[in-house]
Design a protein around this ligand. Structure first.
Ligand SMILES: Cc1ncc(COP(=O)(O)O)c(C=O)c1O
Length: 357
């Protein structure tokens, strides 16, 4: 991720007057704070296990939970195939390293840290066709909609890196059947609890094709030995006490409401921008006819009291029209209208400003 963007976001986050529409953060209100605090305290007090080293593949009970959720969604996967990772992000890095040198197709815009993970791993990132394809199932980040159906993805013969970060957060509750059940030999299945429960635990998972499992586990061990024992133990305890499906329903409803507010605000204040109404997830992807440096536009927006994620961060290829990702997930619902108003003001000034071609 561009260091200029990171510096601007850090400066904006430190200012109370800036309404933040950047970052894929879940709502603070939905973090299971009290239950997690109890779970953490209990596992830390209950014996040495949560405070000790664990196995590189992860906590057995957690792997069983992950496998049982996949099975319930129509993709039977044996727990021994699941590797618990430090978030979906580490799973992306491990998949990228295993595909070093291969062409990974990512589409016109995608999750920026997947791009950086693949590039850092030595894969060749391309927009259109490759030996492998990265797909965000159910709800794409940044688009907020399902970009490719299961049938489209399965129709090709590419290796598929399937990121399910938002798959269970479709507002219509139509959670797609995990592709790993259909093509286990060429699907790298990636999941996380970051968007549904708590990103701070840093727990995600990877189900690599069986032929790659041993090598991936070695790589994982070389990188960090194992995913944090304390996080995994607390998560297992928490999961035994919450109704995860009920929690997902509450989250879908909560985000659908915030989304509607931002969509209304964008229609009201920015009638000229194009976007698809989100089907789930955390954000809206706006396309404009503006040109220029979108990081400079972000700087101008922050000066006007609003932040967003510049579209260039999501793109592998250069595109001259400015796009923006606006996240409604972590912004107070009551402030979304004002945030869109500030963004509209920023764009009006941007258009008037003389710029070098
Ligand atoms: C599509 C997508 N994949 C993966 C991640 C990383 O998730 P985690 O916190 O599990 O590493 C994110 C976080 O923004 C994301 O949007």
């Amino acid at each position: 991720v561009d260091a200029r963007i990171l510096a601007l976001h850090k400066a904006a986050a430190a200012r109370e007057d800036v309404l933040g529409l950047a970052g894929g953060l879940p709502a603070d209100e939905l973090l299971p704070q009290a239950k997690l605090a109890t779970a953490l305290a209990e596992v830390a007090a209950s014996g040495a296990d949560a405070l000790q080293y664990g196995w590189p593949e992860g906590d057995e009970a957690l792997r069983v939970w992950i496998a049982s959720r996949l099975a319930a969604r129509g993709a039977p996967v044996e727990p021994r195939r699941v590797i618990v990772t430090a978030g979906a992000q580490q799973a992306l890095a491990l998949a990228g390293e295993s595909l070093r040198g291969a062409r990974i197709a990512v589409g016109d815009a995608t999750y920026p840290s997947a791009l950086s993970a693949f590039v850092a791993a030595g894969a060749q990132v391309v927009c259109d066709r490759g030996a492998a394809r990265y797909a965000i199932a159910g709800v794409s980040n940044p688009h907020g909609i399902e970009l490719a159906s299961r049938d489209e993805l399965l129709a090709g013969s590419e290796v598929l890196i399937v990121d399910e970060a938002y798959a269970e957060l479709r507002f219509d509750r139509r959670t797609p059947r995990p592709l790993v059940g259909d093509a286990p030999d060429r699907v790298w299945h990636i999941g996380t609890i970051s968007k549904t429960l708590c990103p701070g635990l840093r727990v995600g998972w990877l189900v690599p094709p069986a032929s790659a499992h041993a090598a991936v586990l070695e790589r994982k061990q070389a990188a960090d030995l194992q995913t944090a024992s304390l996080s995994q133990a607390a998560l297992v305890r928490l999961l035994a006490r919450v109704d995860y499906d009920a929690l997902l329903d509450r989250a879908r409803q909560f985000y659908a409401e915030r989304c509607e507010r931002l969509v209304d605000a964008v229609r009201r204040h920015l009638p000229e921008v194009r976007f698809a109404e989100p089907e789930g997830g955390f954000s809206i992807w706006l396309e404009t006819d503006e040109t220029g440096d979108d990081v400079a536009l972000l700087e101008a927006a922050i000066a006007n009291g609003v932040s967003f994620d510049p579209g260039s961060a999501f793109r592998h290829a250069l595109v001259d029209r400015i796009a923006m990702r606006l996240s409604f997930s972590n912004a107070p619902t009551a402030k979304l209208d004002e945030a869109a108003r500030r963004l509209a003001r920023t764009l009006t000034r941007w258009r008037r400003q003389p710029r070098a071609a």
